[in-house]
Design a protein around this ligand. Structure first.
Ligand SMILES: [Zn+2]
Length: 117
């Protein structure tokens, strides 16, 4: 983890990136990349961190209404990709088709997909 002073932090209460020349809605693309790198083995921790940030942003939005309709969930949490499981270490993964994978299976077994015999 590069410990260079991260300037891509949110300014409050508007929650735009503070870094000079950035100013994107936080988390900005630079911060997202940094977060993914920092939490690449702890995606759940990343989500918890972002959820807490989102809660702060919601608190600010309530306290300092700016007439901006922020879509909190997509902005703070929706961009996080699904957990990356270390796939190289285990060739056979018995738990791959857990509850999370069932949706894909159901979609794949649609009758319309099967060619008429
Ligand atoms: Zn930034």
């Amino acid at each position: 983890m590069s410990e260079s002073t991260n300037m891509h932090v949110p300014s409050r209460p508007d929650w735009n990136c503070k870094a000079p020349g950035c100013g994107e809605p936080w988390p900005c693309s630079t911060e997202k990349a940094a977060l993914l790198e920092t939490f690449k083995h702890a995606r759940l921790t990343l989500r918890m961190y972002l959820a807490s940030q989102m809660q702060e942003a919601i608190n600010d939005a309530v306290r300092f209404p700016m007439g901006v309709d922020i879509e909190f969930w997509p902005r703070f949490l929706g961009w996080v990709p699904p957990s990356m499981r270390p796939s190289a270490s285990s060739p056979e993964k018995p738990s791959e088709h857990g509850p999370a994978g069932r949706r894909t299976d159901a979609a794949r077994e649609r009758p319309s997909r099967s060619s008429a015999a």
